[in-house]
Design a protein around this ligand. Structure first.
Ligand SMILES: NC(=O)c1ccc[n+]([C@@H]2O[C@H](COP(=O)([O-])OP(=O)(O)OC[C@H]3O[C@@H](n4cnc5c(N)ncnc54)[C@H](OP(=O)(O)O)[C@@H]3O)[C@@H](O)[C@H]2O)c1
Length: 288
């Protein structure tokens, strides 16, 4: 399949690069090289979050490269510790200050639950609704160009759509061949919500799957590339994480979007057979 567009157009007309650099567990010391390499490779989308504690270093690295602001797409997230009106307001201000890039392209509610709140408590629902209202204010002021959610299941999305003035542009959640989340991806698509897949490489572990290695070998690609290509073929944006330049260069648009034959894509899609529901990251299924 030929991917003509490098960008996905979100429901509000904002364009988001299909490929971004993940930065979970990327330390401030590692970030400068990682972000600089990504931008040099044309990976213009950087994914961070309040809880990653690397936003200042990311903002600084972007500024150091002197890349025009409009060419970079930055996502951040409000943490489960920051849910509810007052805390979310402070969190939004903090994200803007730490990144220090004038505005943020996309801000997400990181998790449907609030910290120190039992998963089955109704308070989760109240606090995430308050958080959303605060994010809508920052969006109206132009400080957050788009707003969205992360780790939301269908019922969380439906609840949000029932009260939102600004519907979510994105839902970011764990998607890879072992856990394709077909129903949730379909529900997002029907609601006009773009899916961003995280842990596309199974937080690194799926790279060791024999099936993935064999597939990569058969088409002369790397295991990382076949897993990321699989996510792109499913219509997701992907945000692979590495702090190593030689690995980041394998995530470029040229490497993942250009020159893949229909036969290669057919091989990649055979990874569907790995589906067993396995999850590598946190599980929101019990959050009310
Ligand atoms: N919204 C959420 O709740 C949520 C949750 C999880 C992740 N995320 C986002 O999604 C991003 C990606 O997910 P992830 O970081 O969990 O997992 P991932 O991208 O599937 O895998 C990252 C891991 O794979 C390693 N790696 C990368 N390329 C490799 C290669 N070519 N060969 C061998 N190992 C390789 C990395 O180590 P090195 O750095 O040493 O290369 C890192 O340990 C995160 O960084 C974060 O931005 C969001």
């Amino acid at each position: 399949m030929e991917f003509v567009d490098r960008m996905l157009t979100l429901r509000n007309g904002v364009e988001m690069p299909k490929i971004g650099l993940g930065t979970f567990r990327s330390s401030p010391e590692e970030i400068n090289l990682a972000v600089t390499t990504a931008l040099q490779m044309g990976i213009m989308h950087i994914d961070t979050a309040s809880i990653y504690k690397n936003q200042e270093a990311i903002g600084q690295a972007i500024k150091d490269t002197k890349t025009p602001r409009s060419k970079v797409f930055v996502t951040s997230k409000i943490s489960p510790y920051q849910q509810g009106r007052q805390k979310a307001y402070a969190a939004c201000v903090d994200i803007l200050e730490k990144l220090d890039l004038g505005y943020v392209d996309l801000v997400l509610v990181h998790w449907p639950g609030a910290s120190k709140t039992p998963p089955d408590s109704e308070l989760n629902s109240t606090l995430r609704a308050e958080t959303w209202q605060v994010m809508e204010e920052f969006h109206r002021q132009g400080k957050f160009k788009s707003i969205g959610v992360s780790n939301y299941e269908e019922r969380h999305i439906q609840e949000l759509l029932n009260h939102a003035s600004v519907p979510p542009a994105v839902n970011q959640f764990e998607v890879h061949p072992r856990r394709p989340c077909t129903a949730l991806r379909k529900a997002c698509s029907s609601a006009g919500i773009q899916v961003v897949a995280y842990a596309s490489m199974g937080a690194g572990q799926l790279l060791e799957s024999q099936k993935v290695i064999t597939t990569a070998h058969a088409i002369n690609r790397s295991p990382a590339q076949v897993l990321l290509r699989w996510g792109l073929l499913k219509g997701c944006a992907v945000i692979p994480k590495s702090v190593r330049p030689e690995r980041i260069s394998g995530f470029s648009e040229a490497a993942l979007l250009d020159g893949w034959s229909a036969e290669e894509d057919e091989e990649v899609l055979k990874l569907d057979s790995l589906e067993d529901g396995h999850k590598y990251c946190w599980d929101p299924s019990d959050i009310r």
